[in-house]
Structure formats: C-alpha cells, structure tokens
Write a protein that binds this ligand. Sequence first.
Ligand SMILES: Cc1cc2nc3c(=O)[nH]c(=O)nc-3n(C[C@H](O)[C@H](O)[C@H](O)COP(=O)(O)OP(=O)(O)OC[C@H]3O[C@@H](n4cnc5c(N)ncnc54)[C@H](O)[C@@H]3O)c2cc1C
Length: 504
Amino acid sequence: MQRGSQVALFLVDERMPEMSGTQFLLEAIKLYPEARRVLLTAYADTDTAITAINQVGLDHYLLKPWEPPTVKLYPVLEDLLSEWWAKARPAFDGIRVAGTALSPASFAVKDFLASNQVPYQWLDPDEDATVREMLAGMNGGEPHLPVVFFPDGTTMEQPAIRELAEKIGLQTRAQKPFYDLIVVGGGPAGLAGAVYGASEGLRTILVERFAPGGQAGTSSRIENYLGFPSGLSGADLTTRAAAQARRFGAEIINTCEVAEIRREDPYRKVILSDGTELSGYAVLITPGMEVRRLQADGIEPLLGAGVYYGSSLTEATLYRGRDVIVVGGANSCGQGALFFSRAARKVSILVRGPNLSAGMSSYLADRIRETPNIEVLVNTTVVSARGDGRLEGVTVRDGAIGEQRELPAAAMFIFIGTAPRTAFCGDLVQRDAQGFVLTGRDLMNDGQRPAGWTAARDPYLFETNVPGIFCAGDARHGSGKRVAAAVGEGSATVSMVHQYLQTV
Ligand SMILES: Cc1cc2nc3c(=O)[nH]c(=O)nc-3n(C[C@H](O)[C@H](O)[C@H](O)COP(=O)(O)OP(=O)(O)OC[C@H]3O[C@@H](n4cnc5c(N)ncnc54)[C@H](O)[C@@H]3O)c2cc1C
C-alpha cells in the first residue's frame, strides 16, 4: 500500500492459521476497495462463504479442490481480472504526500517539491478513508504529518527539507574541491551564468538555497520573454535552464544557503550556512529579491494556513470556489490574481495606491479589468487577519474614507514588493542604502576606484568592489528587474569572468 501498488484480486483460503479468509478480506478491502474477492472454501464452509458474500461483497467462492484448474479456477479468475482491468485506473507511481490541507509543515513539503518541479500526489486523511488506513499502519497509528511515501516503499515523517532533497536525488554537496566560477543563487541570472560558464569550459557550481528558478520560477506565465509568443511558465523556463546548465557540466547544489563570502587572494571562498566552504577563483552573486513581509496583526500564525507570501501556485486548488484576497499592485500581483481567478469564486485585489495601473504593465491591468470575478479595491490596506487555525477573514482599511471593514476570505496571497537578499555580502561587497550591490561605474567616485581595489584597471561592468566577485540580476543596483535583463546580465558576466581569470 505504501508503495502505491495496485491489487487486482484477492484469492484467499477461508481456513488460515491466524485469521479466517473472511476476516482477512474485511481488512484488505479497506485498503483496496476496487480489488476483486475470491474465497476458497471446503464443502463444510459453504455457509461461511455465503455470509461473506454479504459481509465483504465476495465476487466468487470456489470449492476445494478446484481440479482441473483450467476448467474450475482459471476461467473464474480471468473473468474477474478482465472486469477489474476494464475499470482500473493506473496507480500513481510517483511520490505521495499525506498531510492536512492547512498545515504549514505540509505546505513546506509541497512547496519544496513543486518549486523543484517534482510531481507528487497529495493525500488528505481528512478527505479519504484509505489514506487514514495507510497512516494507521505507521508509527503506532500516529505518524507526524506530513508523511512522504516514495515509490521504493520507504517513507519520511515530517522530513527536513535537506533530507527530502537528498532522497529525491537532488545534489546537495559540491563534488569538486575547487571551481573557476561559483554562482550564488539559481534564478534566471544565476542559471544563465551557470549555462554560459560551463558551456565555455569553466568549472562551474551554482549554489541555491531553496529551488532553482527564483522569483521567475513562481510565475504562472511569463509573457514578455523573447521567443515565446504565447508565454511560458516560470517552472518550464527553470526546468529547461537547469537541464541546460547540467548538460554543459555545471553542478547545481540545492538547499544550500550562502552565509558569507571571503576574499583570500587569489581565491574567493563561499561559506554555506552549515559551515561548508567552497573555493574558487571567481564568484557571481545573483541572489535576487525576497518578498517583503506584511506588517499587520494576526499574519504570522496563519502563514501556510491561508496566508501566503507570493503566488504559491500549489495551493490554488485548495481555494476552488472560495473568496481569495491578493495584496499588492505590481505585475507579480496581477499575474497571481489572474491565476487564482480561474479557480476562486472571487478574487479581491487590495491596492494601497489610487489605481492599479501605477505599478502594473498595461496588458496585465487590462486583462484584470476584463476578468469578471476579479474586483480591485484601491486605497486599501490590510489591518489584521483573523482565523482559528485557518484564515477566515481580513480587516481592511479604506484610506479614502478612513473606514475599516471586514472581508471574508479563505486565502490571502501577499505580493507587496521585494528587497534584495544580499545580507550575506556583509562589509566585503559594497551595497547601496537599499541593499542592492554596486558594480562597475557605480563604484567610481570622481574617477577614483573603490577603496581597497587592487587591480590595475577599473571594475568591469558587472564587477563589484572586490576583483573577481561579480553581481547580476535583480540584486544589482540599477538592474532591469525583468527575466530577460537577469538572463542577459548573467550571461554577459561570464565574458568578464574570463578576462578576470587571465589575471589570476
Ligand atoms: C510572481 C512573479 C512574476 C514575474 N513575472 C515576470 C514576467 O512576466 N516577466 C519578467 O520579465 N519578469 C517577471 N518577474 C520578475 C523576474 O522574475 C525577476 O526579475 C527575475 O527572476 C530576477 O532574476 P534573478 O536571477 O536576479 O533573481 P531571482 O529570480 O530572485 O533568483 C534568486 C535566487 O537566488 C537564491 N538565493 C538568494 N539568496 C541566496 C543565498 N544566500 N544562497 C543561495 N541561494 C540564494 C534564491 O532562492 C533564488 O532562487 C516576476 C517576478 C515575480 C515574483
């Protein structure tokens, strides 16, 4: 059962040492309700067999002996198997996750698998008696949810994300002692750096804290990326880019967060949060942005239980036919609202400003206006979130009239802007007041090179104040904040890395 295998037919002897065939069938059909049931009986057991027809919905009973089998046994089994086969649905033979819908721990596992494009089947014991039976057989009947069932028959209870990553075959440790290029972050900029670095012969490793794809990976449809006239999903773009990087020989290590970068000339060291050190000649920083946290009462306890940062595409189906709130006013918010409008009864977009168009591309704003089940509430902010174990409603404030009101909502998805994720740069790499990394000409002060600069040239376009440490993508001061811009910068940096490597 835990392997997810199917059973077509039970052929059971009524007389067995530990339990009767009828008792066995009573239990077995709870797990495999679709299986056909045949009982082998002696003449003396005929009454029992007839009782079993009612108790376990017996399909057939065979009197022993069944000689010759070609006449008495096989035709019966063949008929029952064909009947089963005609109705059978193929078993899902991938990973299955059993958990409760509004649990932060279950959400973390689902989010990780989905972000890494690992298909899984969701099993909810609250909805499905078969799942309850499966779980009842584990760990004294009270396993810690979520439980992950793997096709090889093994299970993990409430797994740590690193352990889960290793189990599903993701690389989590570097294989080489030294690299030419270490890329920090696996969004579009980092993946482009890895593809170009590895394809041009550099020993390249990409270090990703959660899942390759970054912000772009969470986008349901990127419509403005060159060459894809009908758009492509962030997941699709990520899968293709990661496969391409690996094909050229780049290593991608997952669930590894960079905590610090050190300069130990001529080497650059990248220190992971578990203390692991990676050594190389050059580093490309592409950590992108993280979503800002919403400051409102009641948010924290409901995270993963109705309140989500970003689009959390995995959760959309949970809110089919329900009322959903989307907070924000930029493109990511618009894409999220359109995505949720397909399943939700109503989507309310809460915009702090006086209109939608200020922060959103006009093609998205137009599509939102044309979607009948999306309403836009302007001048509106979230005061608090309410719910007992799951989100039930949100108190909002209409800034134009200065009044508060209650909006019922099963889910609230928050997209209120982002900040660069560059704290690990510490004092080594210069950043602007908002935390964006300074590069190239932005480091020059009245024609003077940055303090501590050691090379006999100016910093390259995407080079930081430390020779050999580069930055590309959204985390870079002055960058385009678009997928194409990040990809362009990540790829272009590799030629600067080549020039730098000629000097070390
Ligand atoms: C929902 C959404 C929809 C969008 N839609 C579009 C669109 O349609 N078109 C468009 O052009 N742009 C779109 N954007 C913007 C676009 O996604 C970003 O501009 C782009 O992803 C930036 O790429 P990046 O590689 O610089 O950073 P990111 O995509 O932010 O990736 C950074 C990566 O680095 C990792 N990381 C961060 N810190 C560390 C660390 N310390 N150690 C290891 N790893 C780390 C992160 O986990 C992340 O995977 C969208 C953004 C969002 C959020």
